[in-house]
Every structure is written in C-alpha cells, then in structure tokens.
Design a protein around this ligand. Structure first.
Ligand code: CU
Length: 520
C-alpha cells in the first residue's frame, strides 16, 4: 500500500500539467449537453485555441450528418438513441478535414500528431509478460490516474424520451476510466420491451458491439479511444495498451500482484494488489433494466461491489482452461470475415448461425477447439476463444455489462485485436469484406458505431493497425510471428487445417454441447 501511494504521488505531480490542461474524454462532450444545444440538435463546438466552430476553415466545418444506414427501431421505442445513433441527440456535427479529428476537430486522427496533424506517429503494443516491472507499474498508475480524472464527456442518466426533447438535459460527470467501463455497459445493455401478447415487459438483448460483424471493429475503435485517453491523462504520448497472449497458457499468468492482481479466495475472490479497492459500476444492470433505467453509478459509492476474479473457477470443465494455440490457428485459417446469417437478430430476439466465419470463431460463438467452424448452441450460444477467456475469469470479467471494470479487459482485448490484425495482414483484407447485408442493428459496414462521438463507421476500422499508428510487438508484415519456432509452428498448423465446410442444413451440430453465453 505504501509503495503504491508514493509512486502514485510521483505520477500525480509529474502529470499535473496534463491534469490541468487535459480534462479528458463517455457519451457526449460536456459542451454539447446544455438545453440550448441539445434542442438545436447541432453539436459543433469551438476547439480550444481557435475561435470558430469545428476549428474554422482550415480544420473543419459544421455539417448535416450523412446517415448511410438508418437502423430500425420497431419494438424498441424509447431507445431511439442507440438504434439511430447519434441522430436522436445531434444531426449536425463537425466534419473534420485532412488528419484533424475529434468532436471539435481539435485533435488528430489516430496515428497523427503535431499542431497541424501532419506528423505520423507509430507506437508498439507490447506483450505484458515481456515488459519490465517499471513499465507494468506505469500502466497501472495511468489506469489509477484515469480513475481520478474527470472526463470532459458526460453520460446520460435517463433515456432521451425523458429529457423533454432536449430542454431538460439529464447528464452526469464521470471519471475517465469509468467512462469506458460505462461505454461497454451501454453498448450491450438490454432493453425493456413490451410484448404484444399480454403486455408484460421483457428484457431483450440489443447489442451493438458483440454477436455480429462489428465485434472486432467496435472493440478496435474502443481500445484506440481508451488508449488515447490514457495518453492524455498521463501526458505520456508514447503509452500503449499491453496485450496478454493467453493462448496455450496453463493458467492466468497475469493474475498476480506484479501484474493485474491475484484474488483472495477467503474473501469472495476480490482482488489483491493494486486494484484491490476498485469497485464495479453497473453491477446491478439487471435490476436497472427491469426498472427501465440506465446505470448511473458513481465509483465513490461505497455500496458498489469490489472487482472479483476466480480464474478457472467455473463449474464447467471447458471453461476451467484457456484457449489452445491450435484454436487460434484454426480461426486464422478461415478466410471469410463473416457469413450470413450473422449471429443475433435483435428484433426477433433470435439466434442465427454464422459458420466458417473468422469473426464468429474469434469472438467465440463458433467452434475452433474441435475445428468444425460451426456455430455452437442456440439461445445459450458457445464460449470459445474470446468468450471463454471472459468466462474463465469467473467474476467481473464474465458479464458483458461489467467486464470493462476489470483492467484485465484491456490486456485481453488487446490480444483479441492482435489476432484480428494477424488475420487482416494474412489475407490482405479490404473493407469490402465487411458485410452490408442482413447484419444485426449497428453491425452494418456503414453503421455509426454506438456510442462513439464523433461518429465512426465500421468500415473505417476494418484496416491494418499501422493506419491507426500502432502495431504489435513480435509480428511481421504478414502477421506471422518473428520468432522462428513460433513462425514455423503457426505456418505448419494453419496450412494443415482442414477447410471449414458450411453446414448444409440450419440445424446445429449435435456433436457439440450447449453452454451459457459468456455474458449471462
Ligand atoms: Cu466487449
């Protein structure tokens, strides 16, 4: 504890400048949530250091938003804000020129820097197990700094329909870490829907970031935005999120106090080490959904539960271990990014089956351990690769709405993004590979990703990482390991994999058992 307090103090003083001048980053910019601006439906702020909206003629212009795909809302009234993101709030926003970016065009696009955003900057995301302890500690300190810094974005505390058309704004401040934890809750939260048969309310999934093609692009944009927020709060422009390569590991090698904390078996598997006092926002998401309310937790609320983790503690044997390297190789052997029918039908509340789809394999609803490539399970769904790592943690990480409260989320998802990057390089994939047909809401190539503001479409993030100014340690231009042994192993394995054959009928593969979806 003493060590933590003193090193934390060091970062605090050395970053005072950053703290004072970069109040940073969940949902909408603080400057746009006044009643006047909300009612006008135009969010075109003046960037700091400039005098005109959107930075003026050299930087950007306030324009009507070009909505390429308007997602349906039938059956989900009351949640137009997610289904028609972001037009329920704003239909005029800054259109930034060149490499300028941000809600006010006061920032640079990912991968660019300098006052005119014309200097390229490449960063390397590193393997956390190969970092020295000082750098691991720095990562943890920056996360604490984010917890202690108020964001300049705000989160809504009610649905828009209760804001009297913008005249009665209801938003809360949030700290930078929780902003991102809340984002993840919000994008995947359930809706309360009235059934037509007997007028009862049921909670229905409406997930704009999972169970469909947007899974990998959404999380790529999310990590990039989060990484930048950590750079801003720390003033460390070189910071990158480390990754944890879990494939083939016997146990959770980062679940120690040197890394992301052990867990205390005598105290409900709460964490030990640096994050032992961290609490879980939105842990009561189920009750909130039933009451038709949004999570508005404040981390200072001492009634919120601590983070928990019990690696390998799930009752189901298949979730007591981490995914194999072969399962990752199998996913990489599949060339199709995604296949119709894409997973989940929000409106029908119905599971479909996407077979032989790289996205579905890496997300973990299709089978890679037995190499069938087929979607596993119906309403229950499957839990392999990405999903199984969440469930393996058996705690805060194992539920979609709470998972991002645990910093483990970052190192896990950086690894998922790394595998996505290996696939993009291997097949030299272009954004045309991203589906435009029969996608769940929010998962179209041209959907605006919920709840990013300024807006991003999925196709923008279906590009190699260098485009966004980062790469991963240890892989080459084709996404192959630089280590000669690993490289030989991967090449041989991926080449020898039998090609995935789609099922001829719509029936599930009966040879595979059903498991609960990781977020249940
Ligand atoms: Cu997620």
């Amino acid at each position: 504890m003493i060590e933590r307090a003193s090193s934390y103090h060091f970062v605090l003083t050395s970053c005072l400048f950053a703290l004072l001048f970069h109040r940073h980053h969940a949902l909408l910019p603080e400057t746009c949530v006044s009643s006047d601006i909300l009612s006008s439906k135009e969010c075109c702020p003046v960037a700091s250091g400039t005098t005109e909206q959107c930075g003026g003629p050299g930087r950007g212009r306030c324009e009507d938003l070009q909505v390429q795909v308007m997602d349906v809302t039938d059956g989900f009234d009351g949640d137009t804000e997610r289904f028609q993101w972001p037009t329920t709030f704003f239909n005029r926003t800054c259109h930034c020129f060149g490499n300028f970016a941000g809600a006010d065009c006061g920032k640079c696009k990912f991968g660019w820097t300098g006052p005119d955003c014309d200097v390229q900057k490449q960063r390397i995301r590193r393997n956390i197990l190969e970092m020295d302890q000082d750098d691991v500690d720095k990562f943890k300190l920056y996360l604490q700094l984010a917890k202690d810094t108020v964001s300049d974005y705000m989160i809504p505390t009610t649905l828009y329909q209760d804001m009297d058309d913008g005249r009665n704004p209801q938003f809360n401040e949030i700290n930078v870490y929780d902003e991102f934890a809340w984002y993840h809750y919000y994008v995947a939260r359930q809706n309360l829907v009235q059934t037509t048969t007997n007028n009862t309310n049921i909670a229905v999934f409406a997930d704009f970031a999972h169970k469909g093609p947007a899974f990998l692009t959404w999380h790529r944009a999310y990590l990039l935005t989060w990484e930048r927020a950590l750079q801003e709060v720390s003033g460390d422009d070189d910071f990158t999120i480390p990754y944890w390569d879990w494939a083939g590991e016997d146990n959770c090698t980062v679940c120690t106090d040197e890394y992301l904390g052990g867990s205390d078996a005598t105290n409900n598997h709460t964490l030990t080490g640096f994050f032992e006092e961290w609490r879980t926002l939105c842990a009561d998401f189920g009750n909130l959904t039933d009451r038709g309310q949004l999570c508005t937790n404040n981390v200072n609320d001492s009634s919120l539960p601590f983070l928990t983790r019990n690696p390998g503690g799930d009752d189901r044997p298949e979730l007591q271990k981490l995914p194999s390297k072969e399962a990752v190789y199998y996913a990489l052997s599949v060339r199709d990014y995604d296949n119709i029918p894409h997973d989940y039908d929000n409106l029908q509340n119905d599971w479909k089956q996407s077979h032989c789809s790289f996205r579905n394999l890496l997300e973990g609803f299709a089978d890679s351990e037995y190499r069938t490539g087929h979607h596993v399970g119906a309403v229950g769904g499957a839990s392999q690769l990405h999903n199984s790592v969440h469930l393996y943690m058996n705690g805060t990480m194992s539920l979609v709405p709470t998972s991002a409260n645990d910093p483990m989320f970052l190192v896990h998802h950086a690894n998922v993004d790394r595998i996505f990057e290996k696939w993009l390089r291997r097949y030299n994939a272009s954004p045309d590979a991203f589906p435009t047909d029969s996608t769940p809401t929010g998962h179209n190539r041209y959907s605006y990703m919920v709840p990013f503001f300024p807006v991003y479409t999925n196709d923008e993030f279906f590009q190699r990482s260098e485009h966004f100014g980062y790469t991963y340690e240890g892989i080459d231009d084709q996404g192959l390991p630089l280590d000669p042994n690993e490289r030989a192993q991967e090449l041989m394995a991926v080449d020898q994999m039998e090609k995935c054959e789609p099922l001829s009928t719509s029936a599930e593969d009966p040879s595979l058992g059903k498991q609960s979806y990781w977020s249940d």
